[in-house]
Design a protein around this ligand. Structure first.
Ligand code: NIG
Ligand code: FE
Length: 420
C-alpha cells in the first residue's frame, strides 16, 4: 500500500456517484487539510485526517509512505481534447499569424491542417510514436493523468489507421489513460479539394466502417464549422458512425454559429468543443441535453483561443444557465502547441474570469466526463482510480492558477504507482 501523508490540502474530494459538476456547484470545492491518502493496487483505498492515520496504519501493516508536508494533492488532470500525434511543427505559420493572417487565411493558402497532413503521411509509424510519446510525457510532467487523442492529420484511410495505431501504442504504455477519437473530417485533403462531398462519401462508405470494425477508436469527431464541414455533412457522418457505436465528440462553433452544437446534441455527443460562438439557442440546446442526466459537455479550449486571439466563449453565461463546463488543452501544432493544463487553468481564471474552484472541476471531473471515464477519474474518492499529483510546496490551492506558466507539479502517481 502506498500512502501520501501530511498533505497540506487534499483537493477535490467527490462523492462516489458524482459524474460531473455543474452551474453554481462548480464554485464549491471540497478540501481536507492535514490529510493522508492511501492507495492499493490501482485504486484509492482510503483518505482522512492525519489524526486518524496511526490507527489505520497499525491495522493495514506494511505501508510505503510519501511525506507531502507543505504540499497539496490533486486528482491528476484529464485532458479531453488533444491532437498530440503529429509530425513536425508549424512555427512558420506562427510568423504569418504575427504578421496578420487569420487561421482561415493560413488554411486557404495550403498551410494549416494540410501542412500537417503532408508531413504526417511522410512519417513512419515509429517516428510518429516517438514524437507523440515525448508530448505525452511532457503532459504528464505537468500533471495530466488521462487524455483523449485524435487522429485527423492523415485524411486517408491508411494514414488515419497509422495515427490510430500510434494512439493504441500510447495507450499500451499503461501510464496516463488514453481514449482515441477518430477525426477523418478535420479538413478536406488536397486530393479532394473542390470535391468535398466525395470525401464525405469516402468517410461514410469506407473509413468509418473500417475503423468501426477494427474497434480502434472510442469516439468520432468532425470539424463542423464555417469553411470546414457543414451541418448536413456532419449529420451524415455521425449517423454512419452510430452504427459502429462511435459516440461523437466534435469541434463546433469555433469560427461561427455553425449549428455544430445542435447537430452534436442531436446525435448524443459526449462533448462539443471550442464554443466561441454560443448564444441563447445553443445554451437552450445544451441544457435540454442534460434533462436525462447524461448530457453533452460544453468544452472550452482556452489555449487555442489565446493563441489565435479569438472571441472568448461565454463560459460564465453557460455556468449561470446551470451547465457544467470543461476546459481542455487542444494540444496541436496549429492552434495550441502546449498541453500544460496548469496554464489552461490560469487562462480560465484570467481570461474567462472563472474562479480557482471552477477551473479545478473544469479540468478534472468534467473533462473525465467528456472522455467517458468520470466513474473512476476526476476526483478523490474511495474506489476511484489512484491518479493524483503532489505539488511542490505551495501556500494554497489558488496558487495553482495564480502562478501561471510555472510547473507546480512535483510527483505524479498513476494507477497507484509513482511514475515521475
Ligand atoms: O482544434 N479546429 C480544428 N482543429 C484544431 C487545429 C488543428 C490544426 O490547426 O492543426 C483545433 O484547433
Ligand atoms: Fe481540436
Amino acid at each position: 500500500m502506498l500512502v501520501i501523508t501530511h498533505i497540506k490540502g487534499l483537493v477535490q474530494i467527490l462523492p462516489d456517484d458524482v459524474r460531473y459538476v455543474a452551474g453554481a456547484d462548480m464554485q464549491k470545492l471540497q478540501v481536507l487539510e492535514n490529510a493522508y491518502l492511501a492507495m492499493e493496487g490501482d485504486r484509492i483505498k482510503d483518505f482522512g485526517p492525519m489524526a486518524d492515520y496511526e490507527a489505520k496504519k497499525a491495522a493495514w501493516g506494511g505501508v510505503e509512505e510519501i511525506d507531502a508536508h507543505g504540499r497539496f494533492v490533486f486528482p491528476a488532470y484529464c485532458d479531453s481534447h488533444t491532437h498530440i500525434v503529429y509530425a513536425g511543427s508549424r512555427e512558420i505559420e506562427y510568423n504569418d499569424k504575427i504578421r496578420g493572417l487569420s487561421y482561415e487565411e493560413i488554411a486557404k493558402r495550403g498551410g494549416g491542417i494540410l501542412n500537417s497532413c503532408d508531413r504526417l503521411r511522410a512519417a513512419t509509424e515509429d517516428e510518429l510514436f516517438e514524437a507523440a510519446k515525448a508530448r505525452f510525457e511532457e503532459m504528464m510532467a505537468y500533471g495530466t493523468g488521462a487524455m483523449e487523442i485524435k487522429s485527423g492529420y492523415g485524411l486517408d484511410l491508411e494514414s488515419e489507421l497509422k495515427m490510430l495505431r500510434v494512439i493504441a501504442r500510447l495507450k499500451a504504455l499503461n501510464l496516463a489513460q488514453v481514449r482515441a477519437n477518430f477525426l477523418p473530417a478535420h479538413a478536406v485533403p488536397r486530393e479532394y479539394i473542390g470535391r468535398q462531398s466525395e470525401y464525405v462519401d469516402l468517410i461514410v462508405r469506407e473509413m468509418i466502417p473500417a475503423v468501426g470494425k477494427e474497434k480502434s477508436a472510442d469516439f468520432i469527431d468532425v470539424f463542423c464549422d464555417r469553411g470546414f464541414f457543414t451541418v448536413a455533412e456532419t449529420d451524415r457522418m455521425l449517423e454512419a458512425a452510430a452504427a459502429y457505436g462511435l459516440q461523437p465528440k466534435i469541434h463546433a462553433n469555433e469560427l461561427d454559429f455553425s449549428g455544430g452544437i445542435q447537430v452534436g446534441v442531436k446525435h448524443g455527443a459526449l462533448s462539443v468543443d471550442h464554443l466561441e460562438y454560443v448564444g441563447d439557442a445553443e445554451i437552450e440546446c445544451l441544457k435540454a441535453s442534460w434533462k436525462g442526466g447524461r448530457g453533452t459537455m460544453p468544452t472550452v479550449l482556452p489555449g487555442a483561443a489565446f493563441f489565435l486571439e479569438m472571441e472568448l466563449s461565454p463560459v460564465r453565461k453557460m455556468m449561470q444557465a446551470g451547465l457544467p463546463v470543461a476546459l481542455a488543452s487542444d494540444f496541436n501544432p496549429g492552434s495550441a502547441p502546449s498541453g500544460n493544463m496548469q496554464f489552461i487553468q490560469s487562462l480560465g481564471c484570467i481570461r474567462y474570469k472563472m474562479y480557482p474552484e471552477e477551473v479545478v472541476h473544469a479540468t478534472t471531473i468534467n473533462t473525465a466526463y467528456a472522455i467517458g471515464l468520470s466513474d473512476e477519474l476526476g476526483g478523490i474518492g474511495r474506489g476511484r482510480r489512484a491518479n493524483v499529483f503532489i505539488t511542490k510546496p505551495i501556500p494554497s490551492y489558488e496558487y495553482m492558477p495564480y502562478s501561471f506558466g510555472n510547473n507546480k507539479v512535483e510527483t505524479l502517481v498513476l494507477n497507484g504507482k509513482v511514475v515521475r
